[in-house]
Design a protein around this ligand. Structure first.
Ligand code: LLP
Length: 422
C-alpha cells in the first residue's frame, strides 16, 4: 500500500524513501520529524511544470517549514521566499538566499524588521495598512533606501476553508479593503521613498477549489485597470499561497490548472506582461514529512480507548487548534485487523486538548511506532516546549541516507537562558 510516493510500505514496513522508519525511530528516538528530500523536489517540480515558460516567481511561504535544510533545497531549485518576520529574513540570509526574490508579508511589521529588509534589499513589502505604509516611507527615508511595495488587498472572497486559516474575508484582520485600495495606492504614490511595484492578496490556506482564486483574481484585475487609469502601472501580481494538500481524501487543485486559468484571464484582459508571484507553503512541504511517535501506554476506560504516545500537542498543534485530521499509520502494521480497536491517540501533556487523532481503528501494542502523516507543514514551526518538553529532532532522508538537520533539544538548553533570583 502506498501512503504517498515518498512514504510507502515495503515488505510491511513504512519507509521514507529507501529507509525503514523503524530504523530511524531506533537510531534517533521519538518523537521525530522525518522529511523526504525527494518529496520537496517533486512538490517544487509541480509548480515549475505549471509555470512553463511564463514569468512566475514562486516564493516559498516559509512559515510552513523554516528549517535551513528545507529552505536551502528550495533556494537551490530557484525559489524565492515569502517572509513574515525579521527572524524569517535572517534564516533566508543565513542560507545565502537572494533578497531580490523575497516578499515581506504580515500585518505588524516593526521598525527594525523594515530596516533589516531594506538593508537586505527585498523585492517587495506587501503592505497591509495605511499606517504601515506611512511608517515604511519614514523608515525608508531614514535608511536612505527606496521601499518597493504592493498593497495586500482584501478581496472579500470566501476561501471555503477553516475560519482560522481563511484570510480574505472582510472581517479578517488582513489586507486593505479592496474598495479603498485605489485611494491608498494614490497615497503611496505621493509618499517619499516608496515605489509601487505590485498588488497582492492571500485569501486563505488549505484551499481545494479554484473558484475563490478566480473570484479574487477578477477583483484584482478590476483594481489593476483602475490603477492604470490613474497612471499607476504595476509590474507584478501576487496571488499568495493557499493550495491545499491531501490529508485524507481531499480533491486537489493542481498548480497547473490554477496557473493556466490565471494566465488565460490575464491574457484576456491584456495583462500578460505582469509577473505572477505565488507564496505556497503547505503544498511545497506538507506531504514531505511525517512525525514518528511511540506508543507509551494503552489505556482502556469505559468510554474510550486511549493510545498514549510520546508526541503531543507541543509537537503537532494542528489537531487541537483546527480540529485537523492527520492520518496515522502503524509503521509495522499487524496483519490481523480483526483485533483492531478504536483509539484516541493522545499525548502526555496535562490538557484534555492534547490529542493528535481521534477514533482511529488500529491494532496496537505498547512500544509500537506510529507515523503521523502530512507533518511537513505547520508542525515543527508551530511546536513549543510546553511542559518543558524538548522540541523533537528533524531528519532529512535522501535515498538511503538520513541527515540530522536539527538535533533533539537538550533539557539543559530549555532553561539555559533563565536566571533564578537569590
Ligand atoms: N502567504 C501568506 C501571506 C500567508 O499568510 C500564508 C499562510 C502563506 C502565504 C502560505 O499559505 P499556504 O500555501 O501554506 O496555505 N497554521 C495553519 C496555516 C496558517 C497559514 C497562515 N498563512 C495550519 O496549520 O493549517
Amino acid at each position: 500500500m502506498t501512503v504517498s510516493p515518498h512514504f510507502e510500505f515495503r515488505d510491511g514496513v513504512l519507509h521514507a524513501e529507501d529507509l525503514p522508519l523503524t530504523n530511524l525511530a531506533e537510531q534517533f528516538g521519538t518523537p521525530l520529524y522525518v522529511y523526504s528530500r525527494q518529496a520537496l523536489h517533486d512538490a517544487w517540480e509541480a509548480y515549475r511544470t505549471a509555470a512553463r515558460d511564463r514569468d512566475v516567481l514562486v516564493c516559498f511561504g516559509m512559515k510552513a517549514n523554516s528549517n535551513l535544510a528545507v529552505l536551502n533545497e528550495f533556494r537551490k531549485l530557484g525559489s524565492g521566499f515569502d517572509i513574515v518576520s525579521g527572524g524569517e529574513l535572517a534564516r533566508v540570509l543565513a542560507i545565502g538566499g537572494d533578497a531580490s526574490k523575497i516578499v515581506f508579508s504580515g500585518v505588524g511589521k516593526q521598525v527594525w524588521e523594515m530596516q533589516a529588509a531594506l538593508k537586505a534589499g527585498v523585492k517587495c513589502f506587501n503592505v497591509e495598512s495605511e499606517a504601515e505604509l506611512v511608517r515604511l516611507s519614514e523608515v525608508a527615508q531614514q535608511s536612505g533606501a527606496v521601499a518597493r511595495i504592493s498593497l495586500r488587498v482584501n478581496p472579500d472572497v470566501d476561501a471555503q476553508t477553516h475560519p482560522y486559516i481563511s484570510t480574505g474575508l472582510k472581517e479578517n484582520k488582513f489586507g486593505i479593503a479592496i474598495e479603498t485600495a485605489v485611494a491608498v495606492y494614490q497615497h503611496a504614490a505621493a509618499l517619499p521613498n516608496i515605489e509601487i511595484v505590485g498588488v497582492d492578496c492571500h485569501i486563505g490556506s488549505q484551499i481545494t477549489e479554484i473558484s475563490p482564486y478566480l473570484d479574487a483574481l477578477d477583483k484584482l484585475i478590476v483594481l489593476i485597470k483602475s490603477l492604470a487609469d490613474k497612471g499607476i502601472e504595476l509590474k507584478h501580481l501576487d496571488l499568495g499561497g493557499g493550495i491545499g494538500i491531501r490529508y485524507t481524501d481531499e480533491t486537489l487543485l493542481s498548480p497547473t490548472v490554477l496557473l493556466d486559468k490565471v494566465f488565460q484571464s490575464l491574457e484576456t484582459h491584456g495583462l500578460s506582461h505582469l509577473q505572477l508571484v505565488l507564496e505556497p507553503g503547505r503544498s511545497l512541504v506538507g506531504n514531505s514529512g511525517v512525525l514518528l511517535t511511540t506508543v507509551e501506554y494503552l489505556k482502556h476506560s469505559e468510554a474510550k480507548n486511549f493510545a498514549i504516545v510520546d508526541a503531543a500537542m507541543n509537537d503537532l498543534l494542528r489537531p487541537t487548534l483546527y480540529d485537523a485530521w492527520h492520518s496515522v499509520e502503524a509503521v509495522v502494521p499487524r496483519e490481523n485487523t480483526a483485533n483492531d480497536t478504536v483509539y484516541d491517540i493522545v499525548g502526555p501533556i496535562c490538557e484534555s486538548g492534547d490529542w493528535l487523532a481521534r477514533d482511529r481503528s488500529l491494532h496496537l501494542e505498547q512500544g509500537d511506532v506510529l507515523a503521523i502523516m502530512s507533518a511537513g507543514a505547520y508542525a515543527f514551526t508551530m511546536a513549543s516546549q510546553y511542559n518543558t518538553r524538548p522540541r523533537a529532532a528533524e531528519i532529512m532522508v535522501d535515498g538511503l541516507n538520513a541527515h540530522v538537520v536539527r538535533p533533539r533539544e537538550t533539557l539543559e538548553s530549555l532553561f539555559a537562558m533563565e536566571t533564578p533570583l537569590d
